[in-house]
Design a protein. Structure first.
Length: 299
């Protein structure tokens, strides 16, 4: 939502979390069919896009993770802004964009996709374009598989190559997100996945219906998986370390990797338990990125 309480337009770009992720064999164009239940974090695990007036489209990046984007001249925020401006058919659209970067880069939690989605939504309002959600979704899918879901920003089943979205009735889930601060290429993970023929037998599954409480719901989630977890662990032993650490953390009900990794998460019964666990983990693993967050339920 645009923050009208300040003198500039600003919008959150929350982390995307795959509660489960099933992946099929590659299609003719190299992309993969997906089947995933996706939820989104609160402001404790989010980037932020802000806009000020400008005659041209430009971008400044700051925040604790900004160094990872240093020297990147055409990231997804700029791509999204320029694509939206071109789609309007109007000339002279400008905006000075600021990206406050808190989410790790290439981390499996859709940081770049969330930033691009937030940019599309914020500029659509800032420039008074008036595009509906469907138009923004169509633009988003051209930029990346996760962007349509990030535009939705609510619990969805994500299928196809990311463009087929179905609202999913969910309550909020308390989790802890952990990234070991090591690099893991999404392309390498999918290449390893394909080499192991792990997509054979892929089919879409009905998502696990909310049971009324976190503990019983987690038991249903355990019947699902992230199909990219094994190839990710083979390429990046830190993923295994994170998962084992989360599984051994007091109060953790389940641990799993999100997306193509290396970020992993653990589900807790309450946000207070998640916050306590995050505090302990951040003291024990000072080099890790650790955040307690409440995944938003359905609107």
């Amino acid at each position: 939502m645009i923050d009208n309480a300040t003198s500039l337009a600003s919008v959150w770009a929350p982390a995307k979390v795959n509660l489960y992720l099933h992946v099929g064999p590659p299609l003719d164009d190299g992309r993969h069919p997906l089947d995933s239940l996706v939820m989104f974090a609160d402001g404790n695990a989010a980037d932020r896009i802000s806009i000020r007036p400008s005659d041209v489209i430009c971008l400044n990046v700051d925040g604790p993770v900004s160094k990872a984007l240093k020297g990147e001249k055409n990231n997804l925020v700029l791509q999204a802004a320029r694509m939206l401006a071109e789609a309007t058919g109007r000339s002279g659209l400008g905006a000075a964009l600021s990206l406050h970067k808190e989410l790790p880069v290439a981390a499996g939690i859709g940081g770049g996709s969330a930033d691009a989605a937030a940019t599309l939504k914020a500029l659509n309002q800032y420039w008074d374009i008036g595009f509906g959600e469907e138009a923004l979704l169509n633009l988003g899918v051209e930029l990346g598989a996760d962007i349509p879901a990030c535009i939705k920003g609510e619990p969805v089943l994500m299928r196809g190559i990311g463009e087929k979205l179905s609202p999913f009735d969910m309550e909020a889930l308390p989790i802890v997100l952990v990234n070991p601060q090591v690099k893991l290429s999404t392309g390498d993970v999918f290449k390893k996945f394909d080499g192991l023929n792990l997509g054979d037998g892929f089919s879409e599954r009905e998502g696990p219906k909310w049971t009324g409480d976190v503990k019983s719901y987690v038991e249903l989630l355990k019947e699902y998986s992230n199909d990219l977890e094994e190839p990710a662990k083979s390429l990046c032993p830190a993923v295994k370390d994170v998962l084992e650490t989360l599984e051994g953390t007091a109060g953790a009900l389940m641990a799993r990797m999100s997306g193509s990794g290396p970020t992993c998460f653990a589900v807790f019964d309450t946000i207070e338990e998640a916050q306590a666990a995050a505090y302990v983990l951040s003291k024990q693993k000072k080099k890790w990125w650790v955040r307690a967050t409440l995944l938003a339920g359905s609107n």
